[in-house]
Design a protein around this ligand. Sequence first.
Ligand code: KIV
Length: 274
Amino acid sequence: MSAGSAAQAPKRLTCPQLRAMKGATKIVAITAYDAVSGKLVDSIADLVLVGDSLGPNVLGYDSTIPVTLDEMIAAGRAVSRGSQRALLVGDLPFGTYQASPEDAVRSSARFIKEAGMQAVKLEGGAERAGAIAAVVDAGIPVVAHIGLLPQSVHAMGGYRVQGKTEQGARDLLDDAKAVASAGAFALVLEGIPDSVAAAITSAVDIPTIGIGAGAACDGQILVFTDVMGLNFGHLPKFVRPYANLREVAAEGLAKYRDDVRSGGFPGSAESYGG
Ligand code: KIV
């Protein structure tokens, strides 16, 4: 089949298009973990992250650390089947990119080939510049992620806001410049003071996407289950739940139980008769 006669692939936002949104349109980003959440967010999101927050939010792990690349790839495949237009980014899980730039390239290539992602995200600043450059060199776009790094929870001594001291803020600015120079096309800023996020946003020419980093970022990202009110644990200060699906689900499930117990379900409308 020639390129001209190939079936038209769904038109997704591209990495260069997302990058060009800096300074023009605020970027709307959110996580998704399966075909259902992928479908639900597709019409509102510019960027959908198949985040390793899959671990605590869907798989029942107590952090992102146990998540495997195979689990992320299965989730990524499901999200890409559910969505059509958003830019899809796969989150490299802990232990799949830190040891060497070669590991980073191998893991990223699996995400692109097997899960249909357009780009990958990895955590870390200047210390990950080599890995970012290698992945970009392999033709795979990278979103960097600095500030509060959930995969480094043990090193940070908990999920703590970063960059609160003058030195910490300077380090974050250096990290942002390092990952941008290494070739990242966007940068997630997590859990840092608004003023530091604002300084980083004006210092780099790639879009910053904040989560707990204030309003000056070029865009915002939140976790799907937090936005939908499906969080069963601690809700961070930076989350605004826009729906309460937990309450809606509990009400619906209680009605189902009551109807089954009372014989009210199924009725004639849900039966084949005869
Ligand atoms: O995995 C995730 O959900 C993330 C976002 C918090 C940016 O990395």
